[in-house]
Design a binder for this molecule. Structure first.
Ligand code: FAD
Length: 476
């Protein structure tokens, strides 16, 4: 008999969700994490000055509360909502503000009000049935209690969404939106995909993300993302699970458990899998990398447009043309001198981070060793003159630093693989159940499985369901 019913390798949101669901189903669970603390993409730490809490990776919980996995888990972590979810500053005019209310956002877009309502507004009004389908694109493995059933209206809503969502973001922006503001804000949303905005389905990423700004307000976790990881670990321990840090698993053979769930990039375990599966894994392409920066400031960012100070997230990159060019450069393997920068001002939502901390990153080619600090700060300074004078300390992570902390981020790819249309479902291989592997007791749950990157826990949710179903088939 094995020591454990299940071993989960990796404690990112997907691994933690899988571990808790398995423990809730009565399994004896062991969680193994290679880092010195649990959380993966949910880690927080004092990166700059004592007392300053920074989120190393994920900070905006755009999808968390909406996701079927976290709805089922129902953990009481306190959200911290900014007054305005997102802002997009522009050089010679007021910033675009994405308010919680789609109507207010649309009104401020003037001639593009109708376009916003018809695209983002319509996506938001698809509500949970649509989000459930997008977060669970291959449907539901038929297993276990409380299983998730898509709403009957979901296919229709998905078809309506797909009409715009399948387009390249540049096409949707240029054909539906007329103003500099409308086009720029759509580009900023779509650029979260880390894909060239001229490629199909980048509009879909933008629409879905913008819709979540209306649906959730883009909250942070009060006190830092680590609190969410800590709550999940506490729940696992309460259920009798065990959890260890500081051990990197190199082969599934070292785990004495009936079921193994890998919150890991599958390439790591290539030696365990049959050659045919490994060949299919090798066809799965890595995504670009990111260059991450965290700052301790002695006050808020001095935005030229003061309204930007009220926003949690700020998309720094200017017009559609500029954002699209910088993402195209990065996608082609070059470093944009004017990168698109994703910035989050936690102090606009959460006063408990020890002062004014700032979080940001830009996209770079996979494996890049270039220090983008200068280029990123120049972009912020462009819309917030005097920004550099506010910096007390900064902490930078290149793609190699990210990979050192988390082997899933190979070459700085934080999305578990390229997020193009082709790799949305083929993730990491074509299969109706990509969370399964050829080894009957080994399952994948990391963001290298659908629906991909983000703190939604759906990879863990699917893998746990499949593992429980396989279990009941074995014992039944
Ligand atoms: C800089 C950055 C910013 C981001 N911003 C956001 C954001 O604002 N909002 C959002 O929703 N998402 C964001 N993301 C993405 C999000 O963090 C990830 O998509 C998410 O964490 C993926 O979850 P996961 O469970 O699949 O893997 P991870 O969170 O990567 O966790 C995997 C865990 O497994 C461990 N591990 C891997 N291999 C082994 C092994 N062999 N043995 C033992 N342990 C192992 C790792 O150390 C890690 O702890 C960001 C990511 C980064 C890096």
């Amino acid at each position: 008999m094995s020591d454990y019913d299940a071993a989960v390798v990796g404690s990112g949101p997907n691994g933690l969700v899988a571990a808790v669901l398995l423990a809730r189903a009565g399994r004896r669970v062991l969680l193994v994490e290679q880092a010195d603390a649990f959380g993966g993409g949910l880690r927080s730490a004092e990166l700059t000055l004592p007392g300053r809490v920074h989120d190393l990776c994920a900070t905006v919980m755009a999808m968390t509360a909406l996701s079927p996995a976290f709805r089922e888990l129902g953990l009481g972590v306190e959200p911290a909502c900014p007054e305005i979810p997102a802002a997009h500053p522009l050089d010679d005019r007021p910033a675009v503000l994405v308010h919680r209310d789609p109507g207010e956002t649309a009104e401020r877009l003037g001639p593009d009000a109708g376009a916003w309502r018809a695209t983002v507004g319509a996506t938001a009004s698809g509500g949970l049935p649509l989000l459930d389908m997008l977060l669970s694109p291959l449907g539901v493995p038929g297993a276990g209690p409380g299983r998730f059933r898509p709403h009957l209206s979901a296919p229709l809503r998905a078809a309506l969404f797909g009409r715009y969502g399948m387009l390249p973001a540049t096409t949707l922006a240029r054909t539906r939106f007329r103003t500099v503001e409308g086009r720029a804000v759509l580009a900023g949303m779509a650029a979260h995909s880390i894909v060239d905005l001229r490629l199909p389905m980048t509009a879909g990423y933008g629409l879905m993300l913008a819709a979540t700004a209306h649906l959730t307000g883009w909250p942070l976790v009060r006190g830092g993302s680590q609190r969410l990881a800590d709550a999940l670990v506490a729940e696992l321990l309460r259920l009798g699970g065990e959890a260890v840090t500081g051990h990197r698993v190199t082969t599934v053979k070292e785990l004495d458990a009936d079921t193994i769930v890998l919150d890991a990039a599958p390439w790591q375990f290539a030696a365990d899998f049959p050659a045919g599966y490994v060949r299919r894994l090798r066809a799965f392409r890595r995504g670009p990398g990111v260059f991450k920066l965290d700052w301790a400031l002695d006050g808020p960012v001095p935005w030229r447009d003061p309204a930007v100070a009220r926003a949690g997230t700020v998309h720094v990159g200017g017009t559609l043309e500029e954002v699209a060019l910088s993402e195209a450069e990065m996608f082609a393997g070059r470093h944009s001198p004017r990168p698109f920068v994703l910035l989050v001002q936690p102090y606009a939502a959460d006063p408990t981070r020890g002062g004014h901390t700032l979080w940001g990153y830009c996209h770079v080619p996979n494996g890049s060793a270039v220090d983008m600090t200068e280029a990123v700060e120049a972009q912020i300074e462009r819309f917030a003159p005097g920004f550099r004078d506010r910096v007390l300390a900064r902490h930078a992570m290149t793609t190699a630093d990210l990979e050192r902390r988390n082997p899933n981020y190979a070459g700085g790819d934080i999305a578990g693989g390229l997020s193009t249309l082709g790799q949305f479902l083929k993730r990491p291989v074509w299969s109706l159940n990509p969370w399964r592997t050829p080894l009957p007791n080994v399952f994948l749950c990391s963001s290298s499985t659908p629906p991909g990157a983000g703190v939604h826990g759906m990879g863990g949710w699917h893998a746990a369901r499949l593992a429980l179903a396989a279990d009941s088939r074995r014992s039944g």
